[in-house]
Design a protein around this ligand. Structure first.
Ligand code: NAP
Length: 436
């Protein structure tokens, strides 16, 4: 019997658990830990609430979660309730699938103003992550600036622009829907420090901007490279740039019908944030040129008004005491997932915050191959039984998968009309709901 601990119940965690079941069948016991009482990580708190079909992948994780081989151990934080050394002493392999939950910081003057918010916090807020449920962003101003040209920037710009009706069928939490209903935004400027050929946005997500009821994307034709230059792009990227060309052809007078402009501002590197009374009022950007793929500042600057700034410039893994960390890359120091003997990482905690949800599947399968190679077939440690003794001794309140199913039932029962669920946004309510 192999005893495996997976820390983190998001896509990387559950694909790894699935791979372990495929590899060892009933000859393994796999405990999947999460600090929240609810599973599925970014599927619940990262994927946009209006992208329900993507969230559907959690049904696949459920199949892995149900049964005796894999066990969900919710409401247990490694580093707070149990140390990594303790896990290590109990399980043959500990696999960190803790993702990258911290915002990469935009380290410029003024970026600590209260209305400069990282995407982990903002996305967590509209998705009901308990850590960010009380963020209360001020959406009463007219101008939002979103820094970064990746898919998270697109999610944020789209969520800021949608009408209440457009959230029908989504599971956006009510506190966010209320705040967005009262928003007075007229512009959302998406800042890219490089050009149209360097965006990190995918065509499906870009195309959604054309479907918005009250907002319209705007691109300056002068920012686009000659059409022939698109020939060198790989097909997905070419589709994205073709959409940018489509945006450039939208007449500016569309704003009579669509009052929110989603403006793509290319070759614009944020240099400082203007702050008055602790609040950002504008972003000073330096114009750039792109040489060999790198943004080079031209020294020319201009100012964009901003009543709220949301930085969507990537994420970092949270370090765990005693686990080697690569500060520069913002993830655990590892060699193909190996950190130390018996300690592994997978997903964003291993390779940084890139790729789609599906990218985690081969990642999970490959780490299980490596663990298999390393630990062989002998029984060594106490695993689940040992953990349960420790949990009992410490009176830890474990939330099981069955408990989660009760929490989910309560969320479904509380849903607004047309919404799949109304999420509990604080840990106490989640825990209380398992007894309902
Ligand atoms: P990302 O794709 O890495 O994009 C980050 C953006 O921030 C880039 O445009 C980058 O510009 C910019 N940036 C970084 N540092 C900056 C700085 N100091 N100043 C200005 N700009 C800066 O990251 P992400 O959007 O957070 O997405 C993370 C991952 O999740 C991606 O793989 C993404 O595709 C995925 N995701 C997918 C979906 C979906 O499929 N629907 C939705 C959300 C997220 P440079 O390129 O110039 O560095």
């Amino acid at each position: 019997m192999r005893h495996i601990a997976i820390v983190g119940s998001g896509p990387a965690g559950y694909y790894t658990a699935e791979a372990a079941v495929k590899k060892w069948g009933d000859e393994a016991r796999i405990d999947v830990f999460d600090m929240l009482p609810v599973p599925f990580g970014l599927i619940r708190t990262g994927v946009a609430p209006d992208h329900q079909s993507i969230k559907g992948v959690s049904r696949r994780y459920e199949k892995t979660a149900i049964g005796d081989t894999v066990r969900f151990v919710g409401n247990i934080a490694i580093g707070r309730d149990v140390s990594i050394e303790e896990l290590h002493s109990l399980y043959d392999a500990v696999i960190l699938a803790t993702g990258a939950p911290k915002d990469r910081l935009l380290r410029i003057e003024g970026s600590d103003a209260e209305n400069v918010i990282g995407s982990a916090a903002f996305v967590g807020w509209y998705n009901g992550h308990p850590e960010f449920a009380n963020l209360n962003p001020d959406l009463s101003g007219r101008h939002a600036v979103v820094v970064g040209m990746g898919n998270v920037a697109l999610d944020v710009a789209r969520i800021l622009s949608k009408t209440e009706d457009e959230f029908a069928g989504s599971d956006i939490v009510t506190h966010a829907l209320d705040a967005l209903r009262n928003s007075r935004l007229e512009s959302v400027t998406i800042l890219g420090r490089r050009g149209p050929h360097q965006i990190m946005m995918t065509p499906k997500e870009l195309g959604e901007l054309l479907q918005l009821e009250r907002a319209s994307p705007q691109v300056e034709s002068a920012d686009l490279p000659p059409l022939d230059d698109d020939a060198v792009l790989e097909p997905g990227m070419r589709k994205s740039v073709t959409l940018l060309r489509e945006f450039a052809a939208i007449p500016p007078n569309i704003h009579g019908e669509k009052p929110i402009a989603i403006e793509f501002d290319f070759f614009a590197s944020p240099k400082a944030i203007d702050v008055t009374d602790g609040r950002a009022t504008g972003v000073v950007v330096e114009q750039t040129v792109v040489e060999a793929g790198r943004a080079i500042g031209t020294g020319e600057t201009y100012r964009i008004p901003a009543d709220i700034v949301i930085t969507c410039i990537g994420y970092e893994t949270s370090p765990i005491e005693g686990v080697p960390f690569d500060e520069r890359a913002g993830r655990f120091a590892n060699d193909q997932g190996r950190i130390l003997p018996g300690l592994y990482c997978v997903g964003w905690a291993k390779r940084g915050p890139s790729g789609t949800i599906g990218t985690n599947r081969p990642d999970g399968y490959s780490v299980i191959d490596i663990v298999d190679e390393d630990i062989g077939s002998g029984h060594r440690k106490r695993g689940r039984e040992g953990f349960d003794d420790l949990a009992a001794e410490r009176r830890l309140d474990i939330v099981t998968f069955r408990d989660w199913q009760k929490i989910e039932e309560a969320e479904i029962a509380a849903a607004r009309h047309g919404s799949p669920r109304e999420k509990f946004v604080d840990i106490e309510s989640m825990i209380a709901a398992r007894g309902l």
